[in-house]
Design a protein around this ligand. Structure first.
Ligand code: SF4
Length: 434
């Protein structure tokens, strides 16, 4: 079935936004953006759906179709879909480890064959009174301001039996989702249920079922639709559309679908890669790429230098025994040999604030916030907190909370650099000038 674009809302349109706002903008707001890539899994799904449509389309007239007829149609559909994408100049994106189309063709056929064996000829998925495939449904939801939101969707198949309407969706993924994702997957079918429920021709329907069929693992997930499900779905779509309407920036959100996103070439996250490939001699592009490399090298160098700095600081602290007695707290200064700077080492003992690895830290922060002390402490950075903690310079109430969470005193050391203090020796004695 040819699914024409419509201005109405749809589940896939909303999902596009929830996946990546930039993708949504490229596809649904800006005009004329061409999708240049298509995932092989879309082709697998599309061929599977076409064949399933064939299996059920004239079911009353033809009954169960023979497997060889289905196989012939499958071969035809597979080639037709690949040709179509090639005519549209779309590049097919494969999974990283397998780029042989024959592997995916076999997978698509396995899905059909498994469905045929397990659900079609056994009667599991043909025991209805009537059925229809690729049905267009146009649900409407009224938002809180009384505006009617119009949707349009395509139902893979619906069955009617004993006053029960079953809305069916086929999924060609390798596995069925677990419970967390299941409700998300059902949401689209609840939306369709909202649309079908209001139709005159279904007025005698007593209950609605939704059903997900995963032919590859051979799994069917069935669920009776409740009023709560329908209400939740309404709220989900109203909230999502409100998010979309209020969105101003449409920033990209890189995600696992980027690899096959049709708009990769124009997406700011990846467009430079393609520009560089297409115009390797363009100086502006080259310069930018060289600058990126320079930054990488400098960042790495900065990291190495930071490491060296930490090692030197540690040596100053390890030399404490030359300046302070064993357990003594205090400060010592080491002048540079050739620079006019000096190193100041502070050693003190302070109660240890729970660090970021400590689960108590967040509990402490929550309590500080709840009791209104977060403003007073402002940060849990040791450099600013330790001196105040030592001098008990915080308010009594705040100190009480900190005392509850901080551990016993631990040695804390700080190494800083300062300009060397000048020594005046003119009058035969040393005088330190600030
Ligand atoms: S490539 Fe990724 S980040 Fe860019 S628009 Fe597509 S989905 Fe969004």
């Amino acid at each position: 079935m040819n699914r024409k674009k419509s201005n109405k809302w749809s589940n896939s349109r909303i999902n596009a936004f929830l996946t990546c706002a930039k993708l949504y903008k490229f596809k649904y707001i800006e005009k004329g953006n061409k999708e240049e890539f298509v995932s092989i899994s879309i082709i697998v799904g599309s061929v599977f759906h076409s064949i399933l449509e064939l299996m059920y389309k004239d079911f009353y007239l033809k009954g169960i179709l023979p497997l060889n007829e289905i196989k012939e149609s499958f071969e035809f559909e597979w080639n037709k879909k690949l040709d179509l994408e090639s005519k549209r100049n779309k590049e097919i994106v494969y999974y990283e480890d397998i780029d042989d189309p024959e592997v995916y063709k076999k997978y698509a056929w396995d899905c059909i064959n498994r469905y045929y064996e397990k659900f079609y000829i056994t009667g599991v998925e043909t025991s209805f009174e009537s059925c229809k495939t690729e049905e267009i449904v146009e649900p409407e939801i009224t938002d809180l301001d009384g505006n009617i939101i119009k949707f349009r969707g395509f139902i893979d198949r619906y069955d009617l039996k004993d006053d029960v309407l079953t809305i069916i969706d086929y999924k060609t993924s390798r596995q069925a989702p677990n419970n967390i994702y299941l409700e998300k997957t059902f949401k689209q079918l609840y939306l369709y249920a909202l649309g079908m429920k209001k139709q005159e021709r279904f007025k005698d329907v007593k209950s609605i079922n939704v059903k997900l069929i995963y032919p590859f693992p051979g799994k069917i997930i069935n669920k009776l639709v409740t009023e709560d499900d329908l209400k939740d779905a309404e709220n989900h779509y109203i909230d999502s559309i409100s998010l979309i309407k209020n969105e101003k920036k449409f920033f990209q959100t890189p995600n696992y679908n980027c690899k096959s996103c049709g708009f990769r070439k124009i997406c700011p996250e990846f467009s430079s890669i393609y520009k560089l490939k297409e115009s390797p001699d363009d100086l502006d592009i080259k310069d930018a790429a060289n600058l990126a490399d320079q930054l990488v090298v400098l960042k790495k160098r900065a990291k190495d230098i930071d490491k060296e700095i930490e090692e030197i600081k540690k040596k100053f602290i390890d030399n404490k025994r030359f300046f302070l007695k064993d357990d003594e707290e205090g400060r010592y200064v080491i002048p540079g040999a050739e620079t006019d700077s000096e190193v100041v080492v502070n050693i003190e003992k302070v109660p240890k604030v729970p660090d970021s690895q400590d689960s108590m830290r967040q509990i402490m922060i929550d309590e500080l916030k709840e009791k209104g002390f977060w403003e007073e402490i402002a940060t849990l950075n040791a450099i600013s907190v330790n001196p105040k903690l030592k001098k008990k310079a915080y308010s009594k109430e705040l100190m009480n909370i900190l005392d509850m969470y901080c551990y016993d005193e631990e040695e804390s050391s700080r190494v800083t650099l300062r300009k060397a203090k000048k020594i005046d020796t003119k009058k035969g004695h040393k005088k330190v000038k600030d």
